[in-house]
Design a binder for this molecule. Structure first.
Ligand SMILES: [Zn+2]
Length: 118
């Protein structure tokens, strides 16, 4: 797995009904017996809007999505194209191959997540 510097632990959402004068949705990382706040999603409405809840859920799913993207990009890097031609990404990348292009796009997203230039 590629190293990332994000907060470890299982991420989840938690509603704080009276945080800072109103409801806030927190994204927390479970670490043993306590949670580390990763993000606070403001809704500005009581109860929080469906959109704010969806935003928080999306953020909370980020580590799992990252792991899946890393795994998929790694597994799809070596493949045969539609014509049976073997592609090993980097050594035999084909701009007309949809799978090669998918891997390149995934690598670009992963580089952005890791703070690298795409
Ligand atoms: Zn390909």
């Amino acid at each position: 797995m590629t190293h990332t510097a994000h907060t470890p632990g299982e991420w989840a959402t938690r509603l704080e009904p009276e945080w800072n004068g109103g409801p806030e949705i927190m994204v927390v990382a479970h670490q043993g017996n306590f949670d580390v706040v990763v993000a606070i999603v403001s809704s500005f409405t009581t109860p929080p809007s469906d959109e704010a809840i969806a935003n928080a859920r999306l953020i909370a799913a980020a580590p799992d999505m990252l792991a899946l993207l890393q795994e998929a990009a790694r597994d799809m890097a070596a493949h045969y194209d539609y014509y049976g031609i073997y592609h090993l990404m980097g050594a035999n990348t084909d701009e007309d191959c949809g799978r090669c292009q998918w891997v390149l796009s995934a690598r670009s997203v992963l580089a952005a997540i890791q703070g690298e230039q795409g």
